[in-house]
Every structure is written in C-alpha cells, then in structure tokens.
Design a protein. Structure first.
Length: 83
C-alpha cells in the first residue's frame, strides 16, 4: 500500500517534534526572565567572565556558609539576590 511510507515518515517527524517540545517544557526553556538578569556583573558573563549561581530553594542552603565557601575559593563580587 502506498500510504505506509507516508505514515512512517509522519510518525518519525511527529515523534521528533514531541521529543523536542517535551524537552523544552520539562526544562522550562526558554526562560525569558531570571533574577540574575538584574545583577550588574551578569552582563559581562559572555564577554570575559564566568558566573556561578546557587539556588536558595535548596533546603540545605545557608547564605553565610555559602559566602564563606565562595570567598575561600577566591570568589569576587559575591552577592545575595532577592527574587
């Protein structure tokens, strides 16, 4: 039958689109806003810097301990951002 190749190709195409959109949905991408975007140092990240972000929603997060660890590792411009 002539419709079998068409059905197969549509199955492959639709499964690829389903996987792509499923991945984007589960990853919450694209993210159009994040509190890091308000930080002044974040604008230089793609040019000459590297940025580390620690999420405060973690139950084990301690702001003072995190600051101490980052300072001991040589971190500069350490800031606590409010959402």
């Amino acid at each position: 039958p002539a419709f079998i190749p068409v059905v197969f190709e549509l199955t492959v195409l639709l499964s690829a689109f389903g996987a792509l959109f499923g991945f984007l949905t589960l990853s919450r991408l694209p993210m159009h806003y994040h509190p890091l975007f308000k930080c002044a140092g974040f604008a230089r990240v793609t040019t000459d810097g590297f940025y580390l972000s620690i999420d405060a929603r973690d139950p084990a997060f301690d702001p003072q301990r995190s600051r101490e660890i980052l300072e001991s590792l040589g971190g500069s411009n350490i800031a606590l951002l409010e959402p």
